[in-house]
Write a protein that binds this ligand. Structure first.
Ligand code: C6P
Length: 416
């Protein structure tokens, strides 16, 4: 099960699959075909073992204990922060804030940066392909501040209409917030170009990287973005841990997001002094084992090489696009020239939920629905789509299984 890659190297998918215990379990008495990686990825043994090791060897609270276990756990937590820093090529580990996920990271910026910098009549510019997590926090801010949410449209391929984006970037724009990769369409946005344009007008940019980090090498210094948000569970780490990267100068100037323990230097009833960045944003006992496991996931991915993973997934995506395009009545929604990880589609005359239910009977897990991106569904005139999304352990044979099962769907609905 070796896959030839563009660079001439090979990804040993069989060996990779054996790292993921859940892939060996049957589902509905057939081998599991897991094609719902955009929703969440499965976890390799290295990640599972890091959680066990944390609880067996160092479980304790961090940053406040003077005892041995607390020192160990604090070190492992801060080491994980540095692994994330390297993963994103950030300049300084203080630029890495641990959150519960991409959603919390975006809310943190909307709350702490947005409230300080956005006023009545100001504008926040997003795009028409955002996930609800990159829409709703800005609506809160808009409503609280009397600001305006501007939306740059997307075209029929699901690509950003760049001229419109440029037109909507006005002297009133205080922040641009844009997905790196669309979860519903797979479109990869030209982030460097977006950032360069916004910066030329003095506007900072937040990038929602939830669907990008599993598939692309991300270098926040090269992108020059001001904020970058992602979730651990989409890169083979557990749920409940995520990251906000922010440029240090910006984070330093932002007030805390939540109050509580861990984020303070001193408290009296009159006045509280906060810790410095990033700790002032990490109120309460954090998800210690989650951060450590995220570090383990990053090490695991580095061991394989994100570029190798990207090339393998690119091959899968190309093969799946080819095969699915040949299925009678199937329409792919999202045909951007640059795509990663995801294929959304509809099958004429069959509700996506029915497609998902029948595929499930074959042991094939995909996601159906609006994918928390209802404005994208509206743009394409559908209520929902079926979505297959790929991870590093998926194979061409699994794509074949998907296509064969779609044939059964068509038979059930009398389409062929
Ligand atoms: N998309 C999907 O199936 P959280 O829930 O915080 O881990 O991630 C939110 C999020 C933000 N931005 C994008 C682009 C995303 O895709 C997601 C999560 C999942 O597509 C669950 S709805």
């Amino acid at each position: 099960m070796k896959t030839a890659l563009h660079g001439g190297t090979e990804l040993d998918v069989r060996a990779i699959r054996s790292d993921f215990p859940i892939l060996a379990r049957p589902v509905r008495r057939t081998p599991l075909v897991y094609l719902d990686n955009a929703a969440t990825t499965q976890k390799p043994k290295a990640v599972l073992e890091s959680i066990r090791a944390y609880y067996e060897e160092m479980n304790s609270n961090i940053h406040r204990g003077v005892h041995y276990l607390s020192e160990l756990a604090t070190k492992a937590y801060e080491d994980a922060r540095d692994k994330v820093r390297r993963f994103l090529n950030a300049a300084d580990a203080r630029e890495i804030v641990f959150t519960r996920g991409a959603t919390e990271a975006i809310n943190l910026v909307a709350y702490a940066y947005g409230r300080a910098h956005v006023g009545p009549g100001d504008e926040i510019l997003i795009t028409g392909m955002e996930h609800h997590s990159n829409i709703v926090p800005w609506q809160f801010l808009r409503d609280e501040k009397g600001a305006k949410l501007q939306v740059a449209p997307i075209d029929d391929r699901g690509e950003l209409v760049f001229e419109e984006f440029e037109r909507l970037l006005t002297p009133r724009t205080k922040l641009v917030a844009v997905a790196h990769v669309s979860n519903a369409l797979g479109t990869v946005n030209p982030i460097k170009r977006i950032v360069a344009l916004a910066h030329a007008r003095g506007v900072p940019v937040l990038v929602d990287g939830a669907q990008a980090v599993p598939h692309l090498t991300v270098d926040v210094r090269d992108l020059d973005c001001d904020f970058y948000a992602f979730s651990g569970h989409k890169i083979y780490a557990p749920t409940g841990i995520g990251v906000l990267y922010g440029k240090l100068a910006l984070l330093d100037r932002m007030p805390p997001y939540q109050g509580g323990g861990e984020m303070i230097l001193s408290v009296t009833f009159e006045k509280t002094e906060y810790k410095k960045t990033p700790y002032k944003f990490e109120a309460g006992t954090p998800n210690i084992e989650g951060a450590i496991a995220l570090g383990a996931a990053i090490e695991y991915l580095n061991g394989i090489g994100i570029d190798h993973i990207a090339a393998h997934e690119h091959d899968l995506l190309r093969y799946a696009t080819e095969r699915l395009s040949a299925v009678p009545g199937l329409r792919i929604i999202g045909t951007a020239r640059e795509k990663a990880g995801v294929i959304s589609f509809e099958l004429a005359g069959v509700h996506p939920h029915d497609v998902g239910t029948i595929l499930d009977q074959e042991g094939i897990a995909i996601r159906t629905g609006h994918h928390c991106a209802q404005p994208v569904m509206d743009r394409f005139g559908v209520a929902a789509t079926a979505r297959a999304s790929f991870g590093l352990y998926n194979t061409m044979e699994e794509v074949d299984a998907l296509v064969a099962a779609l044939g059964k769907v068509s038979q059930v609905f009398g389409k062929s």
